[in-house]
Design a protein around this ligand. Structure first.
Ligand code: 5GP
Length: 206
């Protein structure tokens, strides 16, 4: 029987670059964990593919999944639902594979409640000026919106205390490597290994 895989929760304040670091990990680094494709009700962007970037669903379809307890977590972010379908996560973990979630902080807090033995990784900006610059450079927001987003981001940064690791996103390639190294290291924690050996000893002495 396989050991159950690790659930990796990768989160951080909005605007910090979670998606960019996640893509760097999955597109350029060798890795042996699976990405959990999220479901969303937001409109598909021209560059995105249904079933690859997200499962794009209607609000009714999403709410039905919630009602049937088929979501591990979900959150509303800028008027749209985003969430993690539960079945894929459980199946993949049961098959002994690690699963990587890239989600915003409210959803991560729900996972912490349900699956506290996950590996919680928080991506942080080097400083607040840099975060502001990233939000401004997205180029979509009015100045009031930018200040509003900065306030939200500051509150989100305070949520770091619920996480196991804080990774600074000073450079995308470095941040991606740090995340990958953390995941590798997690497998060697004594509490993740000891059960298997205690069982081996028991069986050996039977
Ligand atoms: P975007 O619309 O830019 O792709 O994503 C918006 C935000 O939703 C990002 O912060 C992203 O990390 C977050 N997000 C993506 N998928 C999920 C999910 O399954 N659950 C939650 N809670 N947030 C998600």
């Amino acid at each position: 029987m396989n050991d159950r895989g690790l659930l990796i929760i990768f989160s951080g304040p909005s605007g910090v670059g979670k998606g960019t670091v996640r893509r760097e990990i999955f597109n350029t680094l060798e890795h042996d964990f699976e990405y959990s494709i999220s479901m969303t009700t937001r409109k598909k962007r021209a560059s995105e593919v249904d079933g690859v970037d997200y499962f794009f669903r209607t609000r009714e379809e999403f709410e039905k999944m919630i009602k049937n307890n088929q979501m591990l977590e979900y959150a509303k972010y800028i008027e749209n639902y985003y969430g993690t379908p539960l079945q894929y996560v459980n199946q993949t973990l049961d098959n002994g594979k690690d699963v990587f979630l890239e989600i915003e902080v409210k959803g991560a807090a729900q996972v912490k409640e349900k699956m506290p033995d996950g590996v919680f990784i928080f991506l942080i900006p080097p400083d607040l000026d840099e975060l502001r610059e990233r939000i401004v450079n997205r180029g979509t927001d009015s100045s009031e919106m930018i200040e509003e987003r900065m306030k939200v981001a500051q509150k989100e940064i305070e949520m770091m205390s619920f996480y196991d690791y804080a990774v600074i996103n000073d450079k995308v390639t470095l941040a991606a490597k740090r995340v990958k190294d953390i995941i590798a290291g997690e497998h060697f924690r004594v509490e993740r290994v000891i059960g298997k050996y205690l069982k081996m000893i028991q069986e050996y002495n039977q």
